[in-house]
Design a protein around this ligand. Structure first.
Ligand code: PA5
Length: 445
């Protein structure tokens, strides 16, 4: 596999015996996942998706991506939460750091909307589009989520104003439920090209469905390789036992640590275009595990940047932290530090060395420092930033976090807590049906 999970820095924190102790419980959780004997087992369709996906739809996704590449300079991807983070994470991970501002002739710039309620953001995006040709991919399983619904209205109107209704309809790609919801109804009425978010796949597990695949393919990335990496990972992580299975080991160790009071996990990287990998992972872990008044709190840091800010807390703050580093073994490129013969800044000794060499020494030094400071460290070594490796990494985390959920006795596939604020917001906005709540809130204010 392209992933090597390394726990060598955990020696002072976890006893071998503790791994032995948790193994039977871990295996039970794994078996619940594999055999479908755990709660809400119908939501495990992501588990076999890399192999059992809709091949006809997959080729339509590629055709749609080709059409977008041929007639659009910009693709506006509208969605939030699980209908946003996977594609954003993958695009950043696979392309160079300034991809979004590169004016490439071959591939459209992929931008995101409907992931906040900021009017300024939408105005800025409209300005960015200017008179450029563009298309829209709206992604929503329910079809009624407030943020993407607002954005879709705005950008559909923009398309209609620019191209007229008929051509606008050809530039709208809808990813939603197969049968239900407002968006499916609009697909039927307007003949939009459409793709399916399968019933048995929740938002945070959906990146390898059309939700992630269309934006990723439109950006010029190779979705065949992405699926191949995930398919190989599926076979490996479903079939091997703890001793050879990095995903199970990750689930085991983070839960051993959690039970000893390390309740906050920081996902870290040393490559700026992995920032959204952590954002995606935070939703995956946080929505899966944070319920019944328990769960590891997922957070993130970007190194070496945050070593100059959060680094202080990690080194000496409250000792409830654990760190998981995603380390890229072969970064996308490298550059040498020029030889100048000048030592005013005290770094002449680094002249002629490569930046990746220095970055790696930073990585090693931080592990030693933080471990000595009382923070357990785990490392996910990933070979490179190819589509294949990303496919494997996605599966690694999805599998590990789902097992982790069953291990903690919660439902890994629901997210009831994200609904609570919405009723209040609907009441305050005056949505029909929320009058009583509105009165109650206003009386209490
Ligand atoms: O994981 C989840 O369920 C959420 O993050 C959803 O993905 C998010 O709210 C978007 O929902 P929808 O796709 O229905 O618009």
């Amino acid at each position: 596999t392209n992933i090597k999970f390394d726990t060598s820095a955990l020696k002072q924190f976890v006893d071998e015996n503790e791994l032995k102790e948790i193994k039977p419980m871990l295996n039970t959780a794994r078996d619940e996942l594999l055999n479908g004997t755990g709660v809400e087992s119908e939501m495990r369709q992501w588990m076999t998706l890399p192999i059992d996906y809709d091949k006809e739809e997959f080729s339509r996704i590629k055709q749609a991506a080709n059409k977008i590449q041929s007639d659009s300079k910009i693709l506006v991807v509208i969605g939030i939460g699980g209908s946003y983070l996977g594609a954003k994470m993958a695009l950043d991970f696979l392309h160079d750091n300034f991809y979004e501002s590169a004016d490439s002739n071959k591939y459209p710039k992929v931008v995101f909307a409907g992931n906040s309620i900021s009017g300024s953001y939408v105005n800025d995006l409209i300005k960015l589009i200017g008179d450029k040709d563009f298309s829209v991919n709206v992604i929503s399983k329910s079809g009624t989520t407030t943020e993407p619904s607002i954005a879709f209205r705005i950008f559909r109107q923009l398309l209609i104003n620019k191209y007229g209704k008929d051509e606008a309809n050809q530039r709208i790609y809808v990813t939603t439920d197969a049968k239900n919801g407002a968006l499916r109804q609009e697909v039927n009425e307007n003949n939009y090209e459409s793709f399916v978010i399968p019933n048995g796949i929740g938002g945070r597990y959906s990146v390898l469905s059309a939700v992630g695949l269309l934006p990723i393919a439109a950006s010029g990335a190779d979705i065949d390789q992405l699926m191949k990496g995930a398919a190989d990972a599926q076979k490996h992580y479903m079939d091997t036992s703890l001793e050879d299975n990095g995903a199970l080991q990750y689930a085991a160790y983070r839960n051993i640590l959690y039970r000893k009071g390390y309740t906050n996990e920081i996902l870290e990287n040393y490559e700026p275009n992995l920032r959204f990998l952590a954002e995606w992972w935070k939703q995956l872990a946080g929505e899966t595990e944070g319920k019944s008044n328990k769960g590891i709190y997922p957070s993130s840091a970007n190194f070496s940047t945050d070593l100059h800010s959060l680094g202080q807390y990690i080194q000496q703050g409250m000792r409830n932290l654990m760190e998981t580093v995603v380390r890229i073994e072969e970064p996308q490129s490298d550059i040498k530090i020029p030889v100048t013969g000048n030592n005013n800044d005290g770094i002449q000794y680094l002249e002629g060395k490569s930046m990746n060499y220095v970055n790696d020494k930073a990585f090693q030094s931080v592990i030693i420092a933080h471990t000595n400071g009382g923070v357990p460290n785990m490392v996910v070594n990933l070979k490179d930033q190819s589509e294949y490796s990303l496919g494997e990494l996605i599966y690694f985390f999805e599998f590990a976090i789902a097992v982790s959920g069953y291990l903690n006795g919660i439902n890994p596939f629901n997210q009831p807590g994200v609904e609570d604020y919405k009723s209040n917001m609907f009441a305050l906005l005056g949505k029909p049906g929320y009058e009583d709540l509105k009165n109650k809130i206003e009386k209490d204010m």
